[in-house]
Design a protein around this ligand. Structure first.
Ligand SMILES: Cc1ncc(COP(=O)(O)O)c(C=O)c1O
Length: 399
């Protein structure tokens, strides 16, 4: 199967006048999109019948297909709208006592920090500990040690929210080792794998986590509003959706999550089509092999052109399809860095897009601005040359 520009033209809805180098909102193949529209039309022909007698079986079928694809027990899996709603469901369903703490890091996704701070506000005596991940990293064991030190110092940590792939820094955390450590120390684990389905081979039954959450609408070709939540059997009875609706007291986990009022469940129902699309490209292994090769090439080409370096982390901690590359060191870059330090939200991304129609993610940490380069199946080398030139143009010093 051919990847790159011809695949994009044939299979995706993406406009060719833009360069799509940030996959945070995903990209839906035409076949999946057309299927979504056809189910919307089907529902519209007889909404009463559809909501009462069709959707539940389809939801169960979608759960079973996703479970089969990622290789986990379907009994432990539910589909939720977003990673954020999955993490909300877990954090809000847990019972907290004064003296408990939630552990996250300075790489935890901003919305998750807000969430745990909000939960802490609602539960008097619950603390949030935001630990520092040391950078540069030479070996993943340095991260294990950092976690072990924090857990050793604070015996009250009840839950650790661990990134599988962090958002702004695209670091792939050694989750298996971290989960093992937490289990040994009596700390529950919630793994934020927002970026992982479709990018990383998951082994949820052997990971040993308490909860695992991941989006199907980022790298797994589903329309927005489709994420998976894996729940350890010991928590089935205590986990419920954030929306309290008719099925909240259902004793079966999937039924509890299946129907929540008259919301739009169609993104869930597209998951089998998205899996079909992934398999038509040769499956996850073929996609990982191709995208990882292109990301490696792009990182080397861009860091040379920008006289910069990649985020200093070991190869084992690099995300398969995403990498951070330092921006060229110019006076203009330093101006943007000053602004990013103040605003925490660099305007550079918008400037690059507005001037060159290249969409890429820019993040700021370690006192520097970084470009997070992403590779999805529709990208090709030409996209990264456009990114190279756009950045060089926007950041060039005026003579
Ligand atoms: C690490 C991480 N967690 C959570 C999220 C939130 O995902 P969603 O918007 O699907 O809730 C993101 C989104 O980019 C993310 O990168």
């Amino acid at each position: 199967m051919e990847f790159g520009r011809s695949l994009m033209q044939r299979e995706f809805c993406l406009e060719e006048t833009s360069t799509h180098l940030n996959n945070a909102s995903g990209a839906v193949p035409k076949k999946v999109f057309d299927y979504q529209i056809s189910v919307m039309e089907e529902r519209e022909r007889n909404p009463e019948h559809w909501y009462r007698y069709v959707v539940n079986d389809r939801y169960m079928n979608a759960v079973a297909k996703v479970a089969e694809f990622i290789g986990c027990c379907k009994e432990n899996l539910v589909l939720v709208e977003t990673t954020t709603s999955g993490i909300n469901a877990v954090a809000k369903a847990m019972s907290w006592e004064a003296g408990d703490a939630i552990l996250c890091t300075d790489h935890t996704y901003g919305a998750n920090i807000n969430l745990v701070q909000h939960v802490a506000k609602e539960n008097k005596g619950l603390d949030v500990i935001q630990m520092h991940i040391p950078l540069p990293l030479e070996h993943e064991d340095e991260v294990i040690k950092a976690y072990a030190d924090v857990i050793e110092k604070s015996h009250k940590i009840k839950l650790a929210i661990i990134d599988h792939i962090s958002s702004a820094s695209a670091i792939m955390f050694p989750v298996k080792k971290l989960v093992d450590l937490c289990r040994e120390k009596g700390v529950m684990t919630l793994i934020d794998g927002a970026h992982c389905p479709g990018q990383v081979q998951l082994d949820l039954e052997n990971l040993g986590a308490d909860y695992y959450i991941g989006n199907l609408h980022k790298w797994m070709f589903c329309p927005r509003g489709c994420a998976l939540l894996w729940i350890h059997p010991s928590h089935h009875d205590t986990t419920h959706p954030i929306i309290t609706s008719a099925s909240i007291f259902h004793t079966n986990l999937q039924q509890r999550f299946s129907q929540q009022a008259t919301r739009d469940p169609i993104p869930y129902l597209t998951a089998p089509k998205a899996i079909e699309f992934c398999l038509s490209l040769g499956g996850l292994d073929a996609i990982v092999a191709r995208n990882s090769k292109l990301v490696k090439w792009a990182a080397s080409m861009l860091s040379e052109a920008w006289t910069s370096t990649c985020l200093p982390i070991p190869i084992s901690m690099r995300a398969p399809f995403m990498i951070l590359i330092g921006l060229p060191d110019t006076k203009v870059t330093r101006q943007y860095e000053l602004e990013a330090k103040e605003l925490k939200c660099p305007t550079l991304m918008k400037v690059i897009y507005e001037k060159h129609r290249v969409f890429t993610a820019i993040s700021y940490f370690m006192g520097k601005l970084w470009c997070r380069v992403s590779v999805q199946v529709h990208n090709c080398q030409e996209d990264y040359y456009k990114l190279r030139d756009a950045i060089l143009d926007v950041l060039k010093d005026e003579p």
